[in-house]
Design a protein around this ligand. Structure first.
Ligand SMILES: Nc1ncnc2c1ncn2[C@@H]1O[C@H](COP(=O)(O)OP(=O)(O)O)[C@@H](O)[C@H]1O
Ligand SMILES: [Mg+2]
Ligand SMILES: [Zn+2]
Length: 530
């Protein structure tokens, strides 16, 4: 029968365990001098050797002829424990036996002396999963265990353990294993399994495994299923490192604030049976890579990806700000938590996607910073300081739309759209708000309507109700906008940036109150209304 590599290659002695010398040397020493504690706690990330060391320790403590604190793996006890004929080392998965009753049973059983061994050893894996009641029941036994009982608790999430448990155990922190050590272990296993593996392929596996030897061996397993000669391409395929075009596409569209395209992509992925939780964590990793590129000089060391993808990441990093990246990671992390308990994962993911595309509706700090950053850049570009009060209105740009008063809007059908040259409505009580996304609109026009962009060179825009009022010094603007498809080009660009359909108008400064021109007051207002 085929045994997966990581099981087959579980170390049988402390000496065989990779990268945890700070732990294995102490444990071997304690066995050697006969001072095995009554309770150990093994913590650290997954696949680093916790269960392995617990098994070795249990065996070594009972071995009839231990060698320098290691189990001999030859004596009757070692063999009996290996083949399951001796049952005095008991592994309990706390994830599925987490109740008070499970621990009570354990306590009762612990009173009997072991039959074939010196110690009955309980290995409680994922111990953080125990219920409060179970912890309390365990506490009593941990306090005064019978002399023939030893406990080895293991967990990836030590912060979830009560202090009362922590204080009763001898604690060992397992480290992530370095890529070099994982690589040499992979080479060693490959050699013995008659798998040819390239040097860079082994290193790539080690980097993907992120410190977990179990994961590294699993990847090697998959690679050997694909080819007997493992190259870095084989690793890329087996670990699904490449072929994540959809992530790049999603992020491209998030960068350009294009929710409709993002939602269409999610819908397609959903139809292709893509798991939404996985998609979310892949996106987090994708944004992490962009974050690293934006902050670190030599990002290759911290990012595991193909060279082609690295270039793509760099491109995406250029097209976004660090704040947007951080904000996206925060939003995605929130989504990942919610997805775990959600009955409609697709909707959850879609909501998250909309937030990513329209950061202004997100209420966390990073989103606020992103908004302030936008304001700052608008100030820098001179789009805010030009207070409309000092505006000298030229005859050509006097035209102004007839805005619908705010109060009416909710209950009545909107009136037919006025042409851009609609006369000014003097009675308007609406407040104009400087539109801070105007720079982005202009960027879009750079692609869709260059001539118009030329005319809009020194322009800004204000929102009044459902109108986007454009303030442009160029006298031919009001003529130009009525020709051809220019008005539509602007509307489309505005829609892409805001996700809202605005009607167009030309801005005439005098009517705007001073208050409306204070972008910070506007920001505070927006925040208060969140
Ligand atoms: N430090 C290590 N040295 C050698 N092999 C390891 C090590 N850590 C993990 N492994 C490999 O991974 C498998 C799973 O390790 P395990 O001890 O169950 O990890 P954990 O309990 O920390 O999640 C082992 O069978 C072994 O093949
Ligand atoms: Mg384990
Ligand atoms: Zn032995």
């Amino acid at each position: 029968m085929y045994r997966v590599l990581y099981r087959k290659w579980r170390p049988q002695t402390f000496a065989d365990v990779v990268g945890q010398e700070h732990i294995t040397s102490t444990l071997a020493h304690e066995v050697e001098i006969g001072k095995v504690s009554h309770a150990y706690l093994f913590t650290g990330s997954r696949g680093t050797g916790k269960t392995t060391c617990a098994k070795i320790l249990a065996k070594a403590a009972n071995c009839l002829n231990p060698v320098d604190g290691n189990p001999c793996n030859e004596c009757a006890v070692c063999k009996g424990l290996d083949d399951g004929t001796i049952l005095d080392v008991i592994e309990i998965d706390a994830a599925s036996n987490n109740g008070v009753d499970n621990i009570r049973d354990l306590r009762e059983e612990a009173n009997y002396t072991p039959v074939h061994t010196k110690y009955r050893v309980y290995i409680i894996d994922e111990v953080h999963m125990l219920s409060i009641g179970a912890f309390n029941a365990l506490l009593k036994t941990l306090e005064e265990p019978p002399p023939h009982v030893k406990f080895i608790l293991a967990t990836t999430e030590v912060h979830k353990l009560p202090a009362t448990i922590l204080s009763r155990c001898q604690r060992f922190d397992f480290h992530r294993i370095t890529p070099e050590k994982i690589k040499s272990r992979i080479m060693h296993v490959a050699e013995n399994e008659n798998i040819t593996i390239d040097d860079d392929a082994a290193l790539l596996i080690a980097r993907i495994a992120d410190g977990a030897l179990r994961d590294a061996l699993s990847i090697l397993d998959r690679c050997s299923g694909i080819s007997t000669h493992v190259t870095s391409d084989v690793v890329s395929n087996a670990a699904e490192l490449a072929g994540k075009d959809y992530l790049f596409e999603l992020v491209d569209n998030i960068n350009t604030n294009n929710p409709s395209e993002v939602l269409a992509l999610i819908s397609k992925l959903h139809n292709d049976s893509c798991d939404m939780e996985r998609l979310c964590s892949e996106l987090i990793n994708h944004y992490r890579n962009i974050m690293i590129i934006k902050t670190v000089k030599n990002p290759q060391q911290l990012i595991v990806c193909t060279d082609i993808d690295l270039e793509l990441y760099k491109k995406q990093a250029e097209n976004t700000t660090l704040f947007k990246v951080l904000s996206c990671i925060t939003t995605l992390e929130e989504c990942a938590t919610l997805l775990k308990n959600s009955t409609s994962k697709r909707t959850q993911m879609e909501m998250c996607a909309v937030k990513l595309c329209i950061p202004d509706i997100s209420s966390d700090n990073t989103a606020l910073i992103a908004r302030i950053e936008k304001l700052e850049s608008a100030v820098k570009d001179g789009k805010i300081i030009s207070a409309p009060k000092i505006e000298v209105t030229k005859p050509e740009i006097k035209e102004e739309p007839k805005p619908t008063p705010e109060k009416k809007k909710e209950n009545e059908l909107p009136p037919p759209p006025p042409p851009p040259e609609a006369p000014a409505d003097e009675a308007s009580a609406d407040v104009d708000t400087l539109f801070i996304g105007w720079g982005e609109v202009l960027q879009k026009l750079d692609v869709t309507d260059k001539p118009l962009l030329g005319i809009l060179g020194n322009s800004s825009a204000y929102i009044r109700g459902e109108f986007m009022l454009i303030k442009c010094d160029n006298p031919i603007f009001s003529q130009f906008i009525r020709q051809g498809n220019h008005a539509n080009a602007i509307k489309t660009a505005i829609f892409e940036v805001t996700g809202k359909k605005y009607r167009l108008g030309i801005y005439k400064g005098e009517e705007t109150s001073a208050k409306a021109n204070d972008p910070l007051a506007d920001l505070v207002n927006k925040i208060n209304n969140l």
